[in-house]
Design a protein around this ligand. Structure first.
Ligand code: GN1
Ligand code: MG
Length: 363
């Protein structure tokens, strides 16, 4: 039986997955800066319904879609099969009708996940309890993946986690200045210039072996954890796109950048932007609780610096994209990427002002 009720390009993509029943609802889900996401509802003959999450993947950002989907399959299967215990649900892919993990045609590349029902995600952190729980979830996620050799995953975006590379990209964007936006970003560019010595601290240690390469999640925003609506406990870690070889503390740093922020990532009132120390402390405790036993002393010690470096790095990426004409991150207003960069830099400044307390929290 085929249904013909919903006729959009997204609906025809959705119908290529092996889902029984009738497609009764399909809505766009406006989250994330990279892919286009939709949520569908299918109704079975017995009247029960099931929801799914579909994504048209961004092939400009992820030029190696086979590599990306190889990683997603490898990680979801590893978490589900080899590490079934651990309290967190693994995301589950729905395969296509011809038994592939995804498909692509001239209108795009699509994948589908089972919707994780009974959960909720948050864009802003209401307090230390949630920060602790989110950090513990990401720490455990990393800990559970430590048996998966990094060599089994493809580095889909080369040097994705490398701060020196992000600085090179920023420098290239300054040189080209295609939109003539460099003069309007003078303050932000000076801010970066004054922190050039911070940029290589991790790469140097990876090169001389003081830090190990590890599989990381790579996008540890608070809204990439699904919390159980009943218990408030973390149920599932989502968005596995950047799950690839990296350095462990990237995940911790990004967690602080997003979850301990005192404002939204694109706040325009910079007075509001900064880092909340109480939330930071909860993140440290939660992350160590989740990841704890596998972190080396060198890694623990670098936690505050990792937070500052990742925040600076994401700020450099937003700034570079602003200068390049907003070609990477989705924007919804003029200057959106510059606003995002400014918030990151305000957070870096706030971390610098609280550096001693940040170090104490780790000790
Ligand atoms: C992008 O689309 P989203 O929100 O999942 C980006 C991350 C950044 C983040 C900043 C593949 O993630 O690296 O940290 O925006 N993802 C990619 O908000 O570049
Ligand atoms: Mg992401």
């Amino acid at each position: 039986m085929t249904d013909t009720s919903i006729q959009t390009p997204a609906a025809s993509a959705v119908r290529r997955f092996a889902i029984g029943g009738e497609l009764v609802d399909l809505v766009a889900h406006d989250r994330g800066h990279i892919h286009d996401t939709y949520i569908s509802t299918f109704r079975a003959a017995d009247g029960s319904s099931c929801r799914y999450l579909h994504q048209r993947m961004n092939g400009t950002v992820f030029t190696d879609l086979p590599g990306l989907m190889h990683n997603v399959e490898r990680v979801t299967h590893y978490l589900a099969d080899e590490q079934p215990e651990g309290g967190l649900d693994a995301l589950r892919l729905v395969r296509t009708r011809d038994d592939q993990a995804w498909f692509h045609d001239d209108r795009g590349a699509w994948r589908t996940y089972h919707f994780v029902e009974g959960t909720i995600s948050y864009d802003q952190c209401p307090g230390p309890e949630m920060a602790h729980e989110a950090a513990r979830a990401f720490g455990r996620f990393q800990a559970r993946l430590r048996g998966l050799p990094a060599t089994e995953l493809v580095e889909t975006i080369p040097r994705f986690f490398s701060a020196p590379y992000r600085l090179e990209q920023l420098d290239a964007a300054i040189r080209s200045d295609v939109e003539r936006r460099v003069p309007g970003a003078a303050t932000e560019l000076t801010f970066v210039d004054e922190r050039r010595s911070l940029v290589p601290i991790i790469e140097d240690r990876l090169e001389d072996g003081r830090l190990p390469s590890r599989v990381v999640h790579g996008d540890t925003k608070l809204n990439n954890v699904l919390f159980d609506v009943e218990t408030g406990q973390a149920r599932c870690v989502v968005d596995l796109d950047t799950c690839m070889p990296g350095w462990s503390l990237y995940d911790f740093g990004d967690l602080v950048r997003f979850t301990a922020a005192t404002s939204a990532e694109d706040e325009t009132d910079l007075e509001r932007a900064g880092m909340n120390l109480e939330l930071y402390r909860a993140l440290v405790a939660g992350y160590l609780d989740g990841a704890g036993e596998f972190l080396l002393p060198e890694e623990r010690q670098l936690m505050p610096e990792a937070a500052r470096l990742v925040t600076l790095t994401i700020g450099m990426r937003f700034l570079a994209d602003h200068l390049a004409g907003d070609v990477y991150f989705k924007v919804s207003r003029p200057g959106h990427n510059l606003d995002r960069a400014r918030v990151q830099f305000a957070q870096v400044a706030s971390m610098e002002a609280q550096a001693a307390a940040m170090r104490d929290a780790v000790r």
